[in-house]
Design a protein. Structure first.
Length: 738
């Protein structure tokens, strides 16, 4: 059945593409554009998002005042040219993108808060707990209202994220603690182009991270400063209380996932279970988003409407459908608040709120216009949400689903009207498979960009899991929430954990199949832009010219293999090294990949086969040779030959002099180089690594040597801690100058 659904969808796709190509020969773009006037609004959030993306790609922070003046001038020009389409539309497009750029700058300035500039060492600190997240070992706290000895008010971060390696059962939001901790600035990306946690922390006003080295001491609580703080702490405390009650009554991996489904706390989920869900393509079930919120709202809508319909007087005299929609909206809002209100959940809440409001106003509930309004509101309120993987994947999946529904709605209605009970069941099964396929297709390329992996059997896994989640687990989640205030939640939690255990077994079974996960090298930013533009072009237009979007999707899908991957990587501390071998494998100084940086490198390189870095045994003086002979190491250092270049990695000061006479690249990770290297085209020393972070080297016979650093990719932005001036000398055509 899955193969049939996939075949029918691909045939529809191929037929539309062929017909679109026939119609596009000699088509009039202006005519097509004007004919789709009612769809123009749908591009508004896309243009706004484009401006926000430009803000984050800029190497320096744009000034806010000129942006405001530019927006005012453009708005006046748009108003004056409203009857001249030749000028009005381009100016409106430019105005929308400039507004996105301005929103990003304003948001960055609004959340500006002090950030630690260097490691603090062991320090006593005092702060208020605003969030407690259980982990496999200990807890992770989010603290605010901080007191740090030796730090002025202007230097004290707004928030800190502290990991406790001890039990924190007595910790609650609102508690004030004193503890001794090691503090660090938010870490920079593991390699150029990788996830930037410092940027993530900046927009959440987290000015440092660290771990406790003492037992927290309770301090006298201070009075709350306002109703907002009191409400947030109350919600966080209620969420933590319910999390502990659920965990106490449902142990093991099943209980951990039950907790994640109800309160959004995923920390206690065992690593092997989390990996099975990722590899099988079921990881989205663990993150509360559109699926969960839609099921909760749908169940509440059905139950409330059915209960009201039992009273004929109510059913005949009052709009019980609208009452049920209002009750479902309140339930969805409560579920969002209790689950932590993550960005994917907020996106889903906005979508569901618009759909339920449409029901209450007797309007069509599921439309691309509702999707556009939800995206527009989120981008205006939280422009930084554009970078969130959940935002991109959820909107891609929903946009693809709604566009497919609009395209096939008339056919589905005809099939539904002519169907009997058996055919209705088959149509439901086909709909589930088609929805899983379309949603997976819409979000898979974004998942490949962010996680460098694609679950090959996600369609099959979701098809098998859908009945269990939709008709057994999620109804019990709703029942558990209803019974929670009465203390009777165990009546729903016990069977729910049985269902979750079946879901875990299904995920582990699918994850055990051969070739479960496909790995993808790092996708460039232009590839992601091509995917987004191509997908929007395909989904937002209605005429056959929309099939031109396939070009963008194909270009984005192929982009990881159209750009050069690094031939060598050197971490900012100089402790982690990777180098390409002649047969396409990589030498890695930490094999198998262990630690965040090593795992990030391996994944972004496309998970290539690895060779261990040559190591020297004690008292060995002859040296060690890598598996293919391109990498050699001895007590003085290592040398690597690739693409006709010689790269030297000296470990001893006396080795630098010799390497500077023969090598094309000298990388002294542990020492400064204070003199000229006659033969070296590129010289990178300890100071360069400290200033620039991880260095990526690209070696090519035609273009020479190119070096890209983390600092170059990040630019001078508010979330980037300045480390001095200068960078690695990078001149492919001249001598190193020291």
């Amino acid at each position: 059945m899955a193969r049939l659904a996939r075949t029918l969808l691909w045939r529809r796709f191929a037929a539309g593409l062929t017909a679109g190509w026939r119609d596009l020969r000699g088509f009039d773009a202006v005519t097509c554009f004007l004919a789709e006037r009612e769809r123009w609004f749908l591009w508004l959030p896309a243009l706004l998002g484009g401006g926000i993306a430009i803000y984050f790609l800029l190497p320096v922070e744009p000034p806010v005042l000129p942006l405001r003046l530019g927006i005012a001038a453009l708005a006046l020009a748009v108003l004056l040219t409203r009857w001249q389409a030749l000028w009005h539309l381009p100016l409106l497009l430019l105005l929308t993108m400039l507004c996105g750029l301005w929103l990003g700058a304003e948001r960055s300035a609004a959340v500006s808060a002090p950030v630690l500039q260097r490691p603090s060492g062991a320090i006593w600190l005092e702060g208020r707990v605003i969030e407690v997240e259980p982990r496999d070992a200990g807890h992770r706290l989010l603290l605010d209202d901080l007191l740090l000895p030796g730090f002025s008010v202007a230097e004290t971060p707004q928030r800190l994220r502290i990991t406790l390696r001890r039990d924190g059962e007595l910790l609650w939001p609102g508690d004030r603690l004193r503890l001794r901790a090691m503090l660090l600035p938010p870490p920079e990306p593991a390699m150029p182009g990788a996830f930037d946690f410092a940027r993530y922390a900046w927009f959440r006003q987290i000015g440092g991270v660290g771990y406790a080295i003492s037992t927290p001491e309770a301090m006298p609580a201070q009075e709350e400063t306002g109703w907002h703080d009191a409400a947030m702490l109350g919600l966080s405390g209620l969420r933590q209380d319910w999390t502990r009650r659920i965990s106490a009554q449902s142990e093991g991996a099943g209980g951990a996932i039950a907790t994640a489904l109800m309160t959004g706390v995923r920390g206690p989920i065992p690593d092997h279970v989390d990996a099975a869900f990722r590899d099988s393509g079921l990881a989205h079930i663990l993150s509360i988003s559109g699926l969960h919120l839609t099921l909760v709202a749908g169940l509440l809508f059905f139950l409330v409407r059915a209960a009201l319909a039992l009273n004929p007087a109510l059913a005949l005299r009052y709009p019980i459908k609208k009452w049920a929609a209002g009750a479902a909206l309140l339930g969805a809002l409560a579920y969002t608040l209790l689950s932590g209100a993550a960005l994917p959940t907020l996106r889903a809440l906005l979508m569901i709120a618009l759909a339920l409001l449409a029901v209450m106003l007797d309007r069509r509930a599921i439309t691309l216009r509702a999707v556009a309004w939800a995206a527009l509101l989120l981008l205006i309120i939280w422009p930084d949400s554009l970078l969130d993987p959940g935002f991109q994947m959820s909107f891609a999946a929903v946009t693809a689903l709604v566009a497919a529904f609009e395209d096939m709605a008339s056919r589905l209605m005809r099939w539904r009207q002519q169907a009997g009970p058996l055919r209705i069941a088959l149509l439901w099964l086909f709909g589930v498979m088609a929805a899983s396929f379309v949603a997976g297709l819409g979000s898979s390329l974004f998942a490949a960009y962010h996680f460098n992996r694609v679950a090959d059997y996600a369609l099959v896994a979701n098809l098998l899991a859908a009945p269990l989640v939709d008709f057994f687990i999620m109804p019990l989640v709703v029942l558990a929430f209803i019974l929670m205030p009465l203390g009777l939640e165990v009546l729903a939690l016990t069977p729910m954990v049985w269902g979750v255990d079946l879901l875990i077994a299904l995920a582990q079974w699918v994850a055990s199949w051969p070739d479960t996960v496909g790995t993808v090298p790092a996708m460039p930013n232009w590839g992601l832009s091509a995917v987004a533009l191509g997908g929007l072009w395909l989904c937002l237009w209605r005429r056959r010219w929309r099939w031109l979007g396939i070009i963008g999707l194909c270009a984005g899908a192929l982009s990881p293999w159209l750009v050069a991957q690094p031939d060598m990587l050197v971490s900012g501390e100089g402790r982690l090294l990777a180098a390409r071998s002649g047969d396409g494998r990589f030498y890695l100084s930490r094999t198998p990949p262990r630690g965040f940086a090593a795992e990030t490198w391996w994944e972004r390189l496309g998970a290539p086969p690895l060779y261990p870095w040559p190591t020297l045994r004690r008292n060995e003086t002859d040296g060690s040779v890598g598996a293919d002979g391109s990498l050699r190491c001895d007590p003085a250092g290592c040398s690597w030959r690739h693409a006709g270049f010689l790269v030297a990695l000296p470990q001893q000061p006396h080795a630098i002099t010799e390497d500077c006479r023969h090598a094309d690249v000298v990388i002294a990770a542990r020492m400064p180089v204070r003199y000229r290297c006659p033969s070296a085209k590129v010289v990178i020393d300890r100071n360069d690594l400290w200033r620039g972070g991880t260095h990526a080297l690209y070696l090519d016979r035609e273009t020479g040597i190119r070096v890209v650093t983390v600092a170059q990719r990040r630019g001078r932005r508010p979330w980037v801690i300045p480390k001095g001036h200068g960078a690695a000398h990078d001149s492919a055509g001249g001598e190193g100058d020291r």
